[in-house]
Design a protein. Structure first.
Length: 360
């Protein structure tokens, strides 16, 4: 009775050891039949209409200029005309200080000048009869000149107590409050110059560098109220990067017929389309692969079942800035691998990268 369990355990171990090679072979067969997944690649299609790449950027409607208006003199703010979003015309009165103190100062200056002129007339007559020293006449002439300057300053201060619109536009917002005391240089109104409406985008440095010249790039946008796409014109760009990111502020001019109704601060989307130069197609440098013999090629993709088959296409290169390449020998409309070609080879199977939500 003691040996029967031992025989049972021994027989079980022998049977398990005998089955191990078969189990290992079965697992190896399963691994052999499992096909590895083809690598994912990002592709681009070379344009066939003279345009190569389309990018979209969030944009903000802006005025040609935005100015904070302030008085050059201080005083009591007696009148503050338009409210926010009110249109104004060049020369319209926008704000005015209490003029009474400034008018009195101008009148004092005029009376002072009159007195100085009478004094110099009297001394001139006395000096002609040798009844007054010449130095008194010279001092009177100096006092008259000072009175002229004082009157000019007083009249200028009186004119500066009225703020007029420097251009056609709209009031962005009121900053000052009526019947409050205003210091010189203290803003009271913010005004937008809408003689030219612009759309502003932040253009990353790498895209600005790769685009060669912005003058050769097409900009367009779908504007509120417009039936179709509106072409925008490059106005200017700041030749310095922003503090938050390595990007440049680019201002685009909105055509006047489509600018009506646009208010600074509105958000739109601007489409940037890069034009192909004559005689070649522009590709990013990452799409070009160099063979061992230093010849250049790109990998075109062709559908094969659920995957894509790579085909090496020899090309000739030219470059104006080293980041965007002009490629000769590639047919427009060809879908090619955009990046990572140095890790691939001719005839390999790959899968097209879509995005995380569409990838299987």
């Amino acid at each position: 009775m003691i040996q029967r369990p031992r025989r049972f355990v021994t027989n079980f171990l022998l049977a398990w050891l005998a089955a191990m090679p078969a189990l290992g072979q079965s697992a190896a067969d399963g691994r052999a039949t499992q096909q590895p997944l083809a690598p994912l690649v990002k592709t681009i299609t070379v344009g066939d209409s003279g345009l190569e790449r389309v990018r979209r950027f969030p944009a903000r409607i802006a005025a040609r200029e935005t100015v904070d208006l302030a008085f050059e003199v201080g005083g009591l703010l007696d009148h503050l005309g338009p409210a926010g979003a009110d249109p104004v015309r060049k020369g319209d009165v926008l704000a005015q200080l209490d003029l009474a103190p400034l008018e009195r100062a101008a009148e004092r200056a005029r009376l002072g000048l009159t007195q100085a002129e009478r004094t110099i007339d009297r001394l001139t007559e006395l000096a002609g009869r040798n009844a007054a020293p010449r130095v008194q006449l010279d001092d009177a002439a100096t006092a008259r000149d000072l009175a002229i300057v004082t009157l000019a300053d007083a009249e200028r201060n009186l004119r500066a107590a009225t703020l007029r619109a420097p251009f056609d536009g709209i009031v962005a917002r009121r900053i000052g409050t009526p019947f409050s005391v205003i210091e010189p240089g203290q803003p009271v109104l913010r005004v937008h110059d809408l003689s030219e409406v612009r759309a502003q985008i932040e253009l990353p440095e790498r895209i600005l560098t790769a685009s060669n010249r912005l003058a050769d790039v097409l900009f367009s946008a779908q504007l509120p109220g417009a039936a179709g796409t509106v072409q925008l014109e490059l106005a200017e760009f700041a030749a310095e990067t922003s503090d938050a990111a390595q990007s440049y502020l680019v201002s685009l001019r909105v055509p006047a017929p489509h600018a009506a109704g646009l208010i600074p601060g509105m958000r739109i989307t601007v489409t940037m389309t890069e034009r192909q130069p004559d005689g070649g197609l522009v590709l990013p440098a990452s799409a070009v692969v160099f063979a061992p013999d230093r010849s250049a090629l790109v990998y075109a993709v062709e559908p094969e079942g659920d995957a894509l088959r790579l085909r090496a296409v020899p090309v000739r290169l030219a470059s104006g800035n080293g980041t965007a390449l002009t490629v000769l020998g590639l047919e427009p409309g060809t879908e090619i691998v955009e990046v990572g070609g140095h890790m691939l080879h001719d005839g390999a199977l790959v899968r097209r990268y879509l995005d995380l939500g569409q990838q299987s």
